[in-house]
Design a protein around this ligand. Sequence first.
Ligand code: MN3
Length: 196
Amino acid sequence: MPFELPALPYSDDALEPVYSRKTISFHYGKHHKAYVDALNKLVEGTDYATKGLEDVVKSAPAGPIFNNAAQVWNHTFFWRGMKPGGGGAPTGELAKRIDVAFGSYAKFVEEMKAACTGRFGSGWAWLVADGGTLKIVSTPNAETPLTTAAQPLLTVDVWEHAYYLDYQNQRAAYVQAFFDKLVNWEFVAANLAKAR
Ligand code: MN3
């Protein structure tokens, strides 16, 4: 099979109690895996089967192959953006760039919360580097800034499957917990260092 489900960068209970083992068992073990399995079935016998995942996301037209490939990529990126004992304000260059773009870290979190709660239905909120500036964007369903000129730095999955078992309908509480206790700022800083 050309595409694989990447291992989580931590154990399935490492984000407890903020992000439960039960949520990870469904979100990673069922949803993320299902996108990988569906993608492998869809690309069988096509040119996409020999491409890398990013190439598939960037080249597939709107439709099932794009949707599943983008969901595989988005989820892998999402998992890497969290770590046990993460969250709180970042330091260094990232902190400066957030202050310049959003005024303060607190304002940045408020804008991310607004992007997350303002996304009607399923989708993603992203911190991106775009033209030398940090920006927040939100995308519906499987859509991803990977297909744009912006460089993804961090994402929050706001599909209900991402938070419903732990936070029920309280999407804002999930996003607050994500920024207070989960964000892997080293991952974000490494992405920023690579961004144009
Ligand atoms: Mn998800």
